[in-house]
Every structure is written in structure tokens, then in C-alpha cells.
Design a protein around this ligand. Structure first.
Ligand SMILES: O=C(O)CCC(=O)C(=O)O
Ligand SMILES: [Fe+2]
Length: 143
């Protein structure tokens, strides 16, 4: 089952993740400066407060009439509107199936940046350990 919630935003929003699987953020206008969105990497519940990697830094300036579609778990915020009046329509889309399935998973490396990094780290450690064991056992020697 999919659920949709919407609201209008005209204020700055602190750093957060949405309680949604997918968020549609439509800039309705009207005339303003500021209010930029900043994105800082997708995270699961466990890793929501972990460090941002340089490649995860993404800033976006709202354009009236244009929309941004992003994962709800993409950490983000809106900077203050410095002048004028900004109106955005937010549509938060929730999936009860996704939420139910999440209960039985621990590894979210298919979408959480930090789970992905941890997985890569585990893999490179295990490759290093295997190489070490191989060379200790005399593998690769010609004698
Ligand atoms: O004001 C915006 O453009 C973003 C607001 C937002 O992220 C939210 O309400 O969840
Ligand atoms: Fe948000």
C-alpha cells in the first residue's frame, strides 16, 4: 500500500530525513532569493548521524515551476529564504511493503551510503587477509 502526505513549505528546514520513501518537492514560486536545498548522502536509521563524504555534498537552488524527486532517506535541509516569499509543495510517499521488508534486513548497502562503505571495507579486509594467508603458506613462490 502506498500512502501520500503533502504540505506546503515556506520556511527553512533544518538537516533531516523525511518519514517517506520518496519525496517530491515542487517549487511553486513566487519570487525569492535563498532557500537552497542541501543534500548530504542517503542513510538508513542506524547511520543517520554518520559523517558526510565529500562526494555526497550536493546543493540545489529551487527554480519556480521545477521539482526535485529524491529518496526520503536522503539527508537534506533548506537554507533560509533571504528575501521574497518562497512556496514549495511537498509530497511524501510512503510504502508499507518497503517498511515491512526493512524489518527483516540489516544490510542496506543497496541504498545507504554508510552500509555501502562498511561492506567495501569488510571486503577489502577479507581480500587482504586471504592474500596474507596465501603468502604465509608459501603461495606464489617459485622455490
Ligand atoms: O523547503 C523545502 O524546500 C524543503 C522542506 C523539506 O525538506 C520538508 O518539509 O521535508
Ligand atoms: Fe524534507
Amino acid at each position: 500500500m502506498l500512502h501520500f502526505l503533502s504540505h506546503c513549505s515556506s520556511r527553512d528546514a533544518g538537516f533531516h530525513v523525511d518519514d517517506a520513501e520518496v519525496t517530491l518537492n515542487v517549487c511553486l514560486g513566487i519570487d525569492f532569493f535563498g532557500g537552497d536545498l542541501f543534500f548530504r548522502g542517503i542513510r538508513c536509521d542506524k547511520h543517520v548521524n554518520t559523517e558526510t563524504q565529500p562526494e555526497e555534498i550536493l546543493d540545489y537552488s529551487h527554480v519556480p515551476g521545477q521539482a526535485v524527486l529524491h529518496r526520503g532517506r536522503h539527508r537534506h535541509g533548506a537554507r533560509p529564504t533571504t528575501s521574497g516569499h518562497r512556496i514549495n509543495m511537498l509530497l511524501w510517499c510512503r510504502s508499507s511493503l518497503f517498511r515491512e521488508m526493512k524489518k527483516y534486513q540489516k544490510d542496506f548497502s543497496s541504498w545507504c551510503g554508510e552500509c555501502q562503505r562498511e561492506k567495501k571495507e569488510r571486503q577489502s579486509q577479507s581480500v587482504a587477509a586471504t592474500k596474507l594467508a596465501f603468502f604465509k603458506a608459501g603461495g606464489g613462490s617459485n622455490t
